[in-house]
Design a protein. Structure first.
Length: 167
């Protein structure tokens, strides 16, 4: 079990009037079950602050990321599928374009058709406009590359983002 950073959560809720705390909101969301084993393996002593975004603007999202960026010892894991249910080759093209947009910092060109979690990605890319963040693609695949049929696939990508001028 990975503990929630309640100190950080409470401070975040106090900082922004558009941020609230509702534990039940995470029930139907599957990204935690995907990401938590990774966090447990890489940083066993970590605490987490799971965030879901709803009807927030990109500016509000970026304000949250900027505030979190200023906190000591905070690292981000943003989880999102890419395209959904296209044939294999079509999905590869769509996801390659989405990857290019992410790598170019084109937060304004992202939408729910390209990535269901686009709001979180937009917020981080908008933060990158104000900070010297570097981005490198680690992987870009879809479910047809791994486990499933190729007639209706889901895209996945992974990027590392860090502050500074070199890798």
């Amino acid at each position: 079990m990975v503990p929630v950073d309640t100190r950080l959560r409470d401070a975040l809720v106090a900082q922004f009037d558009f941020v609230g705390y509702l534990d039940e909101a995470h029930g139907p969301e599957h990204s935690l079950e995907v990401e938590l084993p990774f966090v447990q393996r890489v940083v066993p002593q970590a605490k987490v602050l799971p965030l879901l975004n709803g009807q927030v603007s990109t500016e509000e999202e970026a304000a949250v990321w900027a505030w979190l960026w200023q906190q000591k010892g905070v690292y981000f894991v943003i989880s999102s599928d890419l395209s959904h249910y296209h044939p294999y080759e079509e999905a590869r093209q769509i996801d390659a374009e989405t990857a290019r947009l992410i790598e170019q910092g084109r937060w304004d060109a992202l939408n729910g058709e390209r990535a269901c979690g686009f709001k979180g990605i937009q917020g981080l890319l908008k933060l990158a406009e104000r900070h010297p963040l570097q981005i490198a693609r680690l992987a870009l695949v879809n479910s047809g590359d791994t486990a499933g049929p190729r007639d209706r696939v889901v895209g996945y990508g992974a990027w590392a983002i860090w502050e500074g001028m070199t890798q």
